[in-house]
Design a protein around this ligand. Structure first.
Ligand code: AP5
Ligand code: MG
Ligand code: ZN
Length: 218
């Protein structure tokens, strides 16, 4: 099964992608995570992407399309993948269609996670991540069971993203409305789009997505 998770910053794409990857044996492909890794490693792509990401703008279509085209060919993607944060422009969606056709792969569903802008600012400014295993937490909505210790791996170091301040979140939201929302129309026409209410709690959002997937003929 090959899926896209579509939604504004903070909607829960990463949170749900991790849960779905585990329950369905899919590989999570987050262009945001891949770009942050490139920035941290100081690769050529990382150097090009760094400032754009810190401003909350989109990295060029060519760069992200190139990253995804290469990654989808890796053997671990053969049993299914979950795109988290890609595509984000109509040009990226068209390129993805061409890549999938060329590789004889299909897209089973596009899950749109809907949420209100104000709640998203609160979610993103309260977010932190385990530095060791990458699990995401939130100061209010998803605290570790024991303060300061990761539930998953026992790690005690946490990181915050550079673009997770209120000003940058607001520009990321503007970019989403201007450049990514048109994809809802792009995918809406052919029955592949499933929309879920991302304002509910994490488990309820997950349940809605699982119900939408159960209805697919895969
Ligand atoms: P990316 O890393 O994709 O960031 P984003 O789209 O802004 O989304 P986030 O990762 O911030 O949010 P999320 O939806 O994953 O939410 P999460 O699950 O963490 O992209 C970053 C940058 O990279 C872009 O700005 C751009 O520059 C570049 N980039 C990436 N892809 C690109 C592309 N294709 N083209 C061009 N440029 C690209 O949840 C957020 C918080 O809320 C967490 O703390 C979580 O615990 C909590 N939470 C989650 N769900 C719920 C819930 N239901 N209720 C309460 N709390 C919840
Ligand atoms: Mg994310
Ligand atoms: Zn951890």
């Amino acid at each position: 099964m090959n899926l896209i998770l579509l939604g504004p910053p903070g909607a829960g794409k990463g949170t749900q992608a991790r849960m779905l990857a585990e329950s369905h044996g899919l590989v999570q492909l987050s262009t945001g995570d891949m770009l942050r890794a490139a920035v941290a490693a100081g690769t050529e792509i990382g150097v090009q992407a760094k400032e754009t990401m810190e401003r909350g703008e989109l990295v060029s279509d060519n760069i992200v399309i190139g990253i995804i085209a290469e990654r989808i060919e890796e053997p671990d993607c053969a049993s299914g993948f979950l795109l988290d944060g890609f595509p984000r422009t109509v040009a990226q969606a068209e390129a993805l269609d061409a890549i999938l056709m060329q590789k004889n792969k299909t897209l089973d569903a596009v899950i749109e996670i809907r949420a209100d802008d104000e709640q998203l600012v609160e979610r993103i400014t309260g977010r932190f991540t385990c530095a060791k295993c990458g699990v995401g937490y939130h100061e209010v909505f998803r605290r570790p069971l024991n303060d300061g210790i990761c539930d998953q791996c026992g790690g005690s170091e946490f990181t915050r993203r550079k673009d997770d301040n209120e000003e940058t979140v607001r520009s990321r939201l503007q970019v989403y409305h201007a450049q990514t929302v048109p994809l809802i129309g792009y995918y809406g026409g052919n029955g592949r789009l499933k929309s879920v209410d991302g304002m509910l709690d994490i488990k309820s959002v997950n349940r809605q997505i699982e119900e939408a997937l159960a209805g697919l003929q895969v």
